[in-house]
Design a protein around this ligand. Structure first.
Ligand code: 4UU
Length: 462
């Protein structure tokens, strides 16, 4: 708390002490720091049971990086990953990072216009995808790219495995901590989707804020099996499942699409212990009758994020998963992404409320402001949530105006979420200032909804 021109500024901090963060090294170096010790540990498991160890994953990523280099990809170049959850998604992400290049992630079910917009905005030079999506990729004179498919390549496309087998060595690249490493797209508080520049420094900082230190806020362990059913092309799974798991050294179970029975079978078979979920999945776990048919006793932790959790879920969840803790996290693509996380997930857990979306992460500052006057507000008073720290985005890609609207001169990111902090330092979201449209916890473009519903498809309840 400090006094500024007779006006009190209320700053909220984590109950966990700040920790030193080694955020000036490249993201892949930080993430794979334990590689020498854990190279034989499983890292990725597909739904068909194929397993890649940490060694395999690192090697496959490196091989693809060499292939990309041979195709002319250099530091700062952008590749688009247009894939469902799959090992190749993971290899492509790390390959780009290793080259000092940047990956932009996109939903493979986007239509041609949406993909083209993102390709143009990012000037992507490579698209990694599946043959079935190639027809949606439009080459234009001012924007040409090479298409690599992970399955049999159609005409004029290259094969992922062939590219990964080309000879050569990984070049030495000088990566600056403030270089972009990934470009997810988000509408933010207004307007159409924009590229969110996340750097090596921002993602390392956010990883450390959650899974590093004597008492990590999110206690994941080497023997955890983490379910990855949320799509890796959205920041929640990319960051919270893939990046955090890699740093911790646990295994990630990759599911391509959400289908409840297949999911339950896999959770039972692979003894999944950690589930990163959106409220829809928490509701399915708590209420769907088929859940009763499976042994899900391996689950010890369920995180809900992306959208508000229904208030009536606790009883149903508790009776089915008495051994597991269900709590929330608050994330936003622009904030790198985690703003708040329940301290119930900490190594030394604290008592927290299910209705809260967590407490501000360590090594960060949060304030709640009156959206009209900008003055900061004390405990138990609702206003716009603002967050500051090295984890937040550098800005929007090539959009200074939108960047300046999102991050003020003092470095505060204005989230567009309205909430308050209670006496136990827990955050409660009560409303949203922004026009963001979310479906099942994920952003959708308003044009997409109109288009899909007007074709007579099922109506989206947003
Ligand atoms: C009420 O949804 C996300 C990121 C979610 C995330 C990431 C890492 C959750 C946990 C994690 O570990 O990003 P966006 O950019 O798609 O949407 C951001 C918006 C927020 O501003 C807020 O309005 O989604 C909403 N939101 C929530 N709302 C996110 N989490 C919550 C929540 N309760 N728990």
């Amino acid at each position: 708390q400090k006094t500024n021109l007779n006006q009190t500024t209320y700053i909220f901090k984590s109950k966990l002490a700040d920790i030193p963060i080694n955020n000036t090294i490249p993201l892949h170096t930080y993430s794979f720091q334990k590689l020498p010790q854990i190279s034989h540990h499983p890292c990725l498991i597909t739904s068909s049971g194929k397993t890649y160890t940490y060694g395999d994953t690192h090697r496959a990523s490196r091989n693809f990086a060499v292939g990309l280099f041979n195709l002319g990809i250099r530091k700062g170049d952008v590749i688009m990953i247009l894939l469902p959850n799959s090992p190749e998604f993971v290899f492509s992400f790390w390959a780009a990072s290793m080259l000092g290049a940047v990956s932009t992630i996109a939903n493979p079910s986007y239509n041609s216009a949406e993909i083209t917009k993102q390709l143009k905005a990012t000037k992507s030079k490579i698209v990694v995808t599946r043959a079935m999506h190639v027809h949606k990729l439009k080459q234009e004179e001012e924007n040409t790219f090479i298409v690599i498919t992970v399955d049999n390549p159609p005409e004029n496309c290259m094969s992922f495995s062939v590219v990964s087998r080309t000879e050569g060595t990984l070049p030495e690249v000088d990566i600056n901590p403030d270089d972009a490493v990934t470009l997810p797209f988000s509408s933010g508080t207004t307007g159409s989707p924009k590229g969110v520049v996340l750097t090596h420094r921002s993602l390392i900082t956010n990883m450390a804020q959650l899974v590093v230190g004597e008492n990590p806020n999110l206690h994941m362990k080497e023997d955890d099996v983490v379910l990855c059913v949320l799509p890796l092309f959205h920041i929640y799974a990319l960051y919270c499942v893939m990046l955090c798991s890699t740093r911790v050294g646990c295994r990630v179970l990759l599911m391509e699409k959400y289908e409840m029975r297949a999911l339950l079978e896999l959770v039972e078979k692979q003894r999944v212990s950690v589930v990163m979920a959106v409220p829809l999945l928490v509701a399915a776990f708590s209420k769907n009758p088929e859940v009763e048919e499976y042994d899900l006793s391996s689950i010890r932790m369920v995180m809900s994020g992306g959208a508000p959790l229904a208030k009536d879920i606790n009883g149903a969840f508790r009776s089915r998963f008495p051994q597991a803790i269900l709590r929330q996290a608050l994330g936003m693509t622009e904030s790198g992404p985690v703003i708040a996380m329940s301290l119930g997930f900490a190594k030394y857990p604290m008592a927290t409320k299910l209705e809260s979306c967590g407490s501000v992460v360590r090594n960060a500052k949060m304030k709640i402001i009156d959206p009209l006057t900008g003055s900061s507000l004390p405990y138990n008073t609702s206003g716009e949530i603002c967050i500051r720290g090295q984890q937040i985005m550098k800005g929007y890609l090539n959009d200074e105006k939108a960047s300046a609207e999102a991050i003020d001169e003092e470095g505060w990111l204005h989230t567009g979420d309205i909430g308050y902090v209670d006496n136990n330092d827990e955050i409660f979201i009560v409303d949203r200032l922004k026009e963001l449209i979310k479906f099942k916890g994920f952003q959708v473009e308003s044009s997409t909804i109109v288009q899909r519903t007007s074709k007579g498809g099922s109506r989206y309840e947003v």
